[in-house]
Design a protein around this ligand. Structure first.
Ligand code: FE2
Length: 275
């Protein structure tokens, strides 16, 4: 099977969200508005509480899933469906907003490093109004497969016959990969799926050296081949089946038409996001 060539390399942009959390927006910004089915990818990472202490007070979502992967830090989640959860080092929170949820994501640490990622996975038209759901996935429930020169942590999807605990509503995989200096790894990804890597430590060599802070988008066919740079690499590998449906965005609501987004705003204002 041929190796997927690079389609695009993106540098995230610094921004703030929530009540003033400093973060880097990688997907969902001006350079890459959408990588179907992925609507947004943010990285947050700071040793300074000023960058994150304000957190994300209660806010609504409708029409997609949010997947938060915490590398370091302790945050608390609460939502209008009555779910409460703690995010600790290496854990994942998988929230399906469906027809509507109001949640808060707040740090319960007052100092130290908070670092992680939030990915928004779109829901297909037929599932946008499903019942909201929430899963707290502790680090110890996420399998890690050792490979030559590194390891693959499987948040969702299957690698070497091992399945991750994340349960997306459409075809999707999410790995966190560690490779030592100059190690090489190949993986199969379904043809037609969109695939990207986000390098958060070290570098990879794919035609050229690509360093931390870069998102690499690949073409839709072939296997994915990674070569770690001299200092090794830590990167997210994410791929998903495109929905090929219209996307209408309105802040925290992502639907198929403008009318459905306006309906989401009015439903929220009328207090219909309670369960
Ligand atoms: Fe949120």
């Amino acid at each position: 099977m041929p190796v997927r060539p690079i389609k695009q390399i993106i540098q995230g942009v610094k921004t703030t969200d929530g009540a003033g959390v400093n973060l880097t927006r990688i997907i969902g910004g001006p350079e890459l508005d959408l990588l179907d089915p992925f609507l947004l990818l943010d990285e947050f990472g700071s040793n300074s509480p000023d960058d994150y202490i304000a957190g994300f007070p209660p806010h609504p979502h409708r029409g997609f899933e949010t997947i938060t992967y915490m590398l370091n830090g302790k945050w608390q989640h609460k939502d209008s469906a009555g779910n409460e959860g703690l995010l600790g080092d290496g854990s994942v929170q998988w929230m399906t907003a469906g027809r509507g949820i109001v949640h808060s994501e707040m740090p319960i640490q007052t100092d130290g490093l908070a670092r992680g990622f939030q990915l928004w996975l779109n829901l297909p038209k037929t599932k946008k109004m499903i019942k909201p759901a929430y899963a707290d996935i502790p680090s110890e429930d996420i399998p890690v497969v050792n490979v030559e020169g590194g390891s693959v942590k499987i948040i969702s999807g299957e690698f070497n016959g091992v399945s991750g605990p994340g349960k997306p509503h459409t075809g999707m995989l999410y790995y966190d990969i560690y490779l030592t200096s100059n190690a090489e790894l190949e993986m199969d990804i379904d043809d037609g799926w969109n695939a990207f890597i986000y390098i958060y430590e070290g570098s990879v060599v794919v035609d050229q050296t690509i360093s931390a802070g870069k998102l690499v988008v690949f073409n839709q066919r072939g296997k994915l081949k990674l070569n770690a740079g001299d200092e090794g690499v830590q990167c997210l590998v994410v791929a998903g089946e495109p929905l090929n449906e219209p996307v209408a965005r309105g802040g925290p609501f992502v639907m198929n038409t403008r009318g459905e987004v306006l309906q989401a705003f009015s439903d929220y204002q009328e207090g219909k996001f309670t369960s």
